[in-house]
Design a protein around this ligand. Sequence first.
Ligand SMILES: [Zn+2]
Length: 91
Amino acid sequence: MEGSWRPTIAPGYRVQQVKSKFAALCFYARPSDDVYALDPTFDEAIRAAEWESTETCEDCCASGAGCYTIRLWSWTLCPEHARERAAVAQS
Ligand SMILES: [Zn+2]
């Protein structure tokens, strides 16, 4: 991230966990320190990013990527990077 970048929906948000699950982004966060705070716009933005991650190459961010299982791990990759990762896995 650039130094000047700031979130506009919830500037004081708190990230709880970020991980990959079945080749998709899982982003758990709260809009503020208040554990009871609700912000539908904040939640919708996260869900939209999680959906977008299911079609975005993990290596080059190309859209239209697909899900590939390589060495028992699921990846979302463009065809070019799927070939590269499969070749590395077989070497
Ligand atoms: Zn790619």
